[in-house]
Write a protein that binds this ligand. Structure first.
Ligand SMILES: Nc1nc2c(c(=O)[nH]1)N[C@H]1C(S)=C(S)[C@@H](COP(=O)(O)O)O[C@H]1N2
Ligand SMILES: [Mo]
Length: 420
């Protein structure tokens, strides 16, 4: 074992080993993680280890609840209002679903990057160590905001991961509760609370000259249409990647909503209510919404993800690559299920060739793609990947929206190639 490997790697079970992928965390004053980006370029395979899974809490991180003390209620328009403990929930036949979790804001900066004439620097996919406490908890006082500083301090990349989730179909407990006629939505409340930080909206919109709705202190809550709540792959999960769910990911119980953006995956579930309307929750009608501007009266909740193909290699972040044969690889996913086609261009979109997509039975999980690129001449190459999903949706599927959510544009990777 060389000195160098020991230095660069980590000790695993007493042995020098390779470096393990981990999140880049922002921490609170007590050193606890409150936000974390996933090292998307450093991952192998398709399941993101829990220590490398991105973390988002919109409000204050709540106190942990011991699994033995945990219960949640199902009420509202149901025949049998009911309360469950974790032990009771685990007695139902389970279901394991592998799925991509992607924050609606993931890659949001790329909207500007790919816009013609904007000339903004390329957002980095690298997880450079953020400063401790780089992400403010809400309610941190009223100091003047420098939006540019903020924009540069917290990259929006790396807010996507692939996980295995084990739980019980949401449908199972909703059917026992008995949804009444006329029901429209199922509301889920987390026990985390706080006052939404306007900085989050400013950051997302890219300016501060508009009014942000102030709902006061609220619990995190979302209300989903009945049909999605009853989808067989929508589950109440207590396990993640083969072990009990961890606190940052919503223990003891969180919702998993394959295909829909992360904000629907309610963590720290406290209360479920079946309603005859769709309530005016902050994270339903004011944030995570599409529209043309903050003033647009026609804002709509954004739900399913678009189609994406992320190139993870080759990259030239550490200097030019050499002429010769390179594998163009990456991961592809869609909010509609499987991606069935990935095309690669190595000439800035003039010509496209099919990549191979790895076979998989997990339609909600991202898949690896692979394309052999023979490059003979030194120069600068613009490499692009374009996914098509099983419903025939071709990247990009999304229009610009003022909060810059659900980015699924094609990002050109400019690679410098030198003589071999
Ligand atoms: N209770 C609660 N659930 C929540 C949130 C939250 O702030 N509170 N954040 C949501 C958002 S915006 C995302 S992207 C995902 C992130 O899930 P993860 O931290 O497990 O990756 O959780 C969602 N569920
Ligand atoms: Mo999110």
């Amino acid at each position: 074992m060389s000195e160098e490997m020991e230095l660069e790697g980590e000790w695993v079970m007493g042995w020098p080993d390779r470096k393990r992928a981990r999140v880049m965390p922002s921490k609170d004053s007590e050193g606890r993680t409150i936000f974390a980006r996933s090292p998307v370029l450093d991952l192998e395979g398709v399941l993101t280890p829990t220590d490398a899974y991105y973390v988002i809490a919109q409000l204050n991180m709540p106190d942990p609840v011991h699994p033995d003390d945990f219960s949640f209620s199902i009420g509202g328009m149901v025949d049998n209002p009911i309360e469950y403990t974790l032990e009771e929930i685990r007695k139902f036949p389970g279901r394991t679903v592998r799925a991509v979790t992607e924050c609606a804001g993931n890659d949001g900066e790329f909207w500007d990057y790919i816009e013609e004439g904007k000339n903004v620097p390329k957002p980095s996919l690298r997880t450079v160590q953020a400063e401790e406490g780089g992400w403010r908890q809400s309610g941190d006082g009223e100091e003047a905001l420098d939006i540019n500083n903020i924009l540069q301090s917290i990259p929006t990349t790396g807010l996507v991961s692939g996980g295995e989730w084990t739980g019980v179909p949401f449908k199972t407990v909703l059917e026992i509760a008995g949804i009444q006629e006329g029901a429209e939505s199922v509301a889920l409340y987390g026990w985390d609370e706080g006052k939404p930080d306007p900085v989050t909206q400013y950051l997302s919109v890219g300016r501060t000259d508009f009014d942000v709705v102030d709902p006061g202190i609220i619990n995190y809550a979302k209300a989903m249409p009945i049909e999605k709540a009853l989808h067989e792959d929508t589950i109440l999960a207590w396990a993640h990647n083969g072990e009990y769910l961890t606190h940052v990911h919503g223990a003891p119980l969180r919702l998993v909503v394959p295909g829909w953006a992360g904000n629907w995956w309610v963590k720290w579930i406290d209360k479920i209510e079946v309603l005859d309307h769709t309530p005016d929750f902050y994270y339903q009608t004011h944030y995570f919404v599409s529209g043309k501007s903050p003033e647009d009266p026609d804002k709509k909740a954004m739900k399913k993800l678009g189609v994406k193909a992320l190139i993870t290699s080759p990259r030239d972040d550490d200097g030019p690559i050499k002429c010769g044969t390179h594998a163009v690889t990456g991961r592809t996913w869609s909010g509609e299920g499987a991606v069935v086609r990935v095309e690669i261009s190595t000439d800035g979109g003039e010509s496209w060739n099919d990549a191979t997509i790895e076979e998989s039975n997990d339609r909600w999980l991202w898949r690896r793609f692979h394309y052999v690129w023979d490059v003979a001449e030194p120069g600068q190459y613009k490499i692009m990947a374009r996914g098509t999903d099983e419903r025939g949706r071709v990247q990009p599927t999304r229009d610009w929206n003022f909060q810059r959510k659900h980015f699924d544009g094609i990002v050109p990777e400019i690679i410098t190639v030198e003589k071999g």
